[in-house]
Design a protein. Sequence first.
Length: 470
Amino acid sequence: MKFTDITPEMISQLEAVVGKSFLFLDDETRRDYGHDETEDYNFPPSVVVKPATPEEISTILKFANQWNVAVTPIGGRTGLSGGALPIYGGIALSMERFNKIIHIDEQNLQVMTEPGVITHTLREAVAEKGLFYPPDPSSLGSCFIGGNVSENAGGARAVKYGVTKDYVLNLEVVLPNGEIIWTGANTLKNSTGYNLTQLMVGSEGTLGIITKIVMKLLPENKHNILMLVPFYDGTQACEAVSKIFKAGIVPSALEFMERDAIEWTMKFVDGVNVPLKDGLEAHLLIEVDGNYPDVLFSEAEKITEVVEQFNIDEILFADTEDYKNALWKLRRAVGEAVKSNSIYKEEDTVVPRYELPKLLKGIKSIGDKYGFKSVCYGHAGDGNLHVNIVKGEMPDEAWKTEVPKGIREIFELTVALKGTLSGEHGIGYVQKNYMDIAFSKTSLLLMKGIKQVFDPNGILNPGKILPDAI
């Protein structure tokens, strides 16, 4: 792709739109907006702008089309697939001034929000009204709800409650040509025309820029039980997952953590301590929730009966809120802990949950073949396994040449097990050239056609999702 360089005249026109205080050209700000949490990539844009209204975004996009300048929408910069990297420079369009919760509708159990609201802030605001927004990605304390919609984020409680797409009812979107539309209706059912709302969800900012979000909410559950189950065999931990569901239990969370994940995180995070006996290979963190304690105790007993069929150590029950919070703090910090330990690459594999044991075994075998170590953890209840490939002492040349071969084989295994490349992180910049594993050329050309209909000049978040060769 070939884009035009930003000129002083363009800067003047952008400044007239957002104001001098919300346009940035200094090197430090450009570097800050040139990266997210994806490995060590950094692509500084030519200019950072921070609009505050859909109309300002509309004007910027009209200019960008006129100038042939790339525009990258940027949220909380917590992404792990490079979806918000300005790889062609141009304009970094930050959504952080869109930070208002517009209305919590207690009668219809809905919320209308701007996309720059931090996910945890939104969850806390609706909880004050006795309502519940379930999706809870590990970065919920810093990620934006708009980024969650753009990536179709999940989290630990997706196993029972679903992912972001299951809560989005309607979106206000600025299209790449500057037109402003609503995609649907604020109704729980909608069978009216093509589903533009769900097309936008997970489109990673390539089809339009989301400026308002209408989401459904649930009544808040009053009780939960959290248990930590240590396994002497990691594959058995994966096998136990499907057996829990077959026993008739649907946990609100069911998380898998390898031993290294826990050890590294305990060194990284203060105030969290989990006993790790010799020989333990993995843990399952299991939560059940609801409004009736007797039902939850019964479910916990049934889970105990299932996991005791395997080679486990003593089950730990989090009997205080502080202990529950500590265990969740441990789980949510795993990614950061691995990143602090070594240069790494994180893959976001997902398979039908019964295939998890085969996936875990295959990942370790592929690592042995190509000489890399992996630390695995993730949302086992919905078959979503995060694979952190760590460089450690691996030679630079092998890291550059052998690891990509191993990643391709991991994805080939995942697809062979009826899974796919990403469960919640998205494709973005780093996974796009593996898309041929999951999709036929016909399917990829259909996606390319959709992109061209929405963005004929290709100025909006270019270089994401679709392979370079398509």
